[in-house]
Structures are given as C-alpha cells and as structure tokens.
Ligand binder design. Structure first.
Ligand SMILES: NC(=O)C1=CN([C@@H]2O[C@H](COP(=O)(O)OP(=O)(O)OC[C@H]3O[C@@H](n4cnc5c(N)ncnc54)[C@H](OP(=O)(O)O)[C@@H]3O)[C@@H](O)[C@H]2O)C=CC1
Ligand SMILES: CC[C@H]1OC(C)=C(O)C1=O
Length: 365
C-alpha cells in the first residue's frame, strides 16, 4: 500500500524489547466529510519510526477542532494526502488526532533523551496545518519526533495528560506572542473551552496577571472563577465590548460565531443578531487598551489583532510541567468523557456542538 513514510533505512530504529504488531486498530477516513466518514479499522499499518522518532503505545488521546476541520476538508490545500485503501483493504494510515499520551515502545537510532518504557505526552504534528502527519493519535500506536514530546507529569493520569498538549501549547504561545507579562490584565473570549480554560490558568499562575476576565454562557460562569478568573462575563446577557474596563490583552478563542450557537441560544434575538453579524475579533479590538494586543486563533482578524497557528514543541511542555505537577495548573477533562476508543465518532459529535468544557478525551485506547 502507498504510504507517506519512506522505507526506514536499516539504522532508522533500534530493535525493541516490546512485541509490536505490523497492523493496528485506528480511526481513519478515506474521504472528506462529517463524522459519518470516520471508520474504526483493524488493519491499519503501524507507523515505522524514523531516526529521530519514538513509537508510542497510545494510552489516551484528545480531540481538537482542527481534527474535524481537517476532516471537513477545510485545510486540504496544505494537508497530507488522504489515506489509501489497497486491493487487500489494507489502510495506509489513519489521520485524526494530535494529542497523545502513552508509553515509548521503540526508539529511533538518533533519539537521545527518551527510552523504552518512558511515559510521555505531546502534540504529534509540529505544524498543525502545514503537512501534518498522515497518521494520528486516534490509534493503538503512533510515531512522534522526540523534540515534540515531554515526560508525562507524575501526578497526571494518561487521560489528563492527553488533554493538554495542543491546547496548552496554543495558550502559552499566544500569551508569549502577545507579550503578556506580570501585572497585565487579560480578557479571555471563550474561557470554558479547551484553549480558553488554559489561557485563564496560565495567565494567572504562570504569567502573573493582575486581572483575568473571561466569557462563557450562564452555566459555566462558576467554572471560569474556579480556574482563577476574577471576572466572569455571561455573553448571553451582556456584550463584553460595552463594559467600561479595557484590557492589556484580549485572547479570542471564539472567532466567528456559527449557526449552531444561534440555534442553541435561541433567545434575545437582537443580542444574537449582533453576535451573528460581527465576528468576535471585530468586537475584541473594542475591549483592548491603546497599544494592547488581540490574539486570534481562528476566523477573520481585525487590526491590531494577529492570528497564529500553534507549533508543537516538547520544550514548552517541559517548561510547564512544574506548574502541572504542583497542581497550580489543572488538566481539565470534559465530564461527558473520557470516551472509550470505540466511541470516537460520538466524541467528535459532542466536540462539534462547540460546547465542550475543557477537553474531549479518548480513553482507554
Ligand atoms: N490557531 C491555532 O493554532 C489554534 C486554533 N484553535 C481554534 O480555536 C478555537 C477554540 O478551540 P478550542 O478551545 O479547542 O474549542 P472548544 O471546542 O473547546 O470550544 C468550546 C467552548 O467554546 C465556548 N464558546 C462558544 N461560543 C462562545 C462565545 N460566543 N463566547 C464565549 N465562549 C464561547 C463554549 O462555551 P459555552 O458553552 O459557554 O458557549 C465551549 O466551552 C477553535 O476554532 C479552534 O479551531 C485551537 C487551537 C489552536
Ligand atoms: C488557522 C487556525 C486553525 O489552526 C488550528 C490548529 C485550528 O484549530 C484552526 O482553526
């Protein structure tokens, strides 16, 4: 079968004391579309490790919106090719899943800092959109460059660890790019989501924010405060940009509203019309102080806002591990999960409601 993996050279990987199969169970899709194109296949090729990679026996994975956006074909221009099915129905690769936590079972010949048996976590694709790996973490095994991984925090189980990488690296990278620092104030749009819930915590616990405000719907306001938000704003009742207080940084994790949100909210039509006709970034720039920064993760960007795409980096996780191991920063697994491996389609259906609280995790695998 065709595969993006070059045939590993003899010295690409060392032998392993673990017995590793040639095929595995993995979630895959061979065409773009909704959750209905997702299939749990049992004859997917186990990825070969390159010299700088380790093979991980996956214990847990987490879902991110980029997974379903890719599956819908939103990024096909820069995406890796779809998996191929050959005559004997072998599937070349599996695709979904960036976040992984598991055990190293094989190391490439150039790997220096990891060994078999290490418990690790990370985001497996260095560039989320620019040629992401053709295989993903929603599988029994996955291959990842050593530089993208860190040892799992000792106090976290695999499900908690898997919930973190892409979201915490996005939160951290956005705060860094915004020049956020001690004594500054921040407004987090989408404070209850995977990224927003970590922006609140990092701003408070790692960067030393003077004030953290955040938005969510009515039922999640206390959750925002439990994360460290000093001010929880109910977006179904007030527009944050109308508040007199302005902030040094506004971190927008919401971007454009989608129809589904309107359907769910369903009340105060005027408020919804306002929200529907203006993206959050248009509004975010009205809440930032002169000379402040507006971080945008998705959708149209209004100056002085800027948008970036997360870069996976194990060193960021290593830097944040002490905050996780001390409990200052908490991993947040959405209480509707974790979802077992055979329920990934249900997990995606839930994530795609845009209502997840913290992270949607797949465990056990
Ligand atoms: N550029 C990049 O590198 C990255 C981009 N992203 C993008 O950022 C966005 C957020 O990602 P992620 O946090 O994982 O998403 P989630 O699926 O976790 O977001 C769900 C959360 O969004 C909240 N929410 C929805 N609408 C609003 C609103 N109008 N105001 C306030 N909160 C709202 C919901 O709270 P409630 O139920 O109260 O509405 C819910 O808790 C996605 O579009 C994702 O694609 C994510 C990571 C990296
Ligand atoms: C351009 C934003 C895009 O990149 C990631 C990782 C997402 O989740 C997006 O929407």
């Amino acid at each position: 079968f065709a595969s993006s993996q070059a045939a590993p050279s003899a010295e690409a990987s060392t032998s392993s004391s673990y017995s590793i199969p040639s095929e595995m169970k993995a979630w895959t899709y061979t065409e773009y579309g909704g959750v209905e194109v997702l299939k749990l296949e049992s004859n997917v090729a186990v990825p070969q490790v390159k010299e700088d990679q380790v093979l991980i026996k996956v214990a847990a994975a987490a879902l991110n919106p980029v997974d379903f956006k890719r599956r819908l074909g939103k990024f096909k221009a820069t995406d890796s090719p779809l998996p191929l099915e050959n005559l004997t129905k072998k599937i070349s690769s599996d695709r979904s899943g960036y976040d992984v936590a598991g055990v190293v079972v094989k190391v490439g010949s150039q790997v220096k800092g990891l060994k078999e048996g290490d418990e690790v976590y990370g985001d497996i694709s260095e560039k989320a959109l620019d040629g992401p790996k053709q295989f993903g973490s929603l599988a029994e095994y996955t291959a990842v460059e050593e530089k993208l991984l860190a040892l799992k925090p000792k106090n976290l189980d695999f499900a908690q660890a898997a919930s973190l990488p892409l979201a915490i690296e996005t939160a951290y990278e956005g705060l860094e790019k915004a020049g956020f620092s001690e004594g500054k104030s921040i407004l987090v749009l989408g404070g209850a989501g995977g990224v927003g819930s970590l922006v609140i915590q990092l701003a408070k616990q790692v960067f030393g924010a003077s004030k953290v405000a955040a938005t969510s719907s009515t039922g999640k306001l206390e959750f925002l405060k439990s994360l460290g938000a000093d001010l929880a704003i109910d977006y179904t009742k007030e527009n944050f940009e109308d508040l007199p207080e302005k902030f040094d940084v506004v971190y927008d994790t919401v971007g454009k509203k989608n129809d589904l949100d309107v359907a769910l909210l369903g009340t105060e039509l005027d408020m919804i019309y306002v929200r529907m006709t203006t993206g959050q970034c248009d509004r975010a720039v009205k809440a930032v102080k002169e000379g402040g920064s507006v971080v945008a993760l998705t959708g149209a960007v209004t100056p002085p806002g800027f948008r970036f795409v997360v870069t996976s980096n194990g060193d960021s996780l290593k830097k944040l591990n002490p905050y996780l191991e001390s409990g200052k920063v908490k991993a947040l697994v959405d209480p509707k999960g974790p979802f077992p491996f055979d329920k990934v389609n249900e997990a995606f259906s839930y994530l795609e409601t845009n209502r997840a609280t913290g992270k949607v995790v797949i465990y056990p695998i």
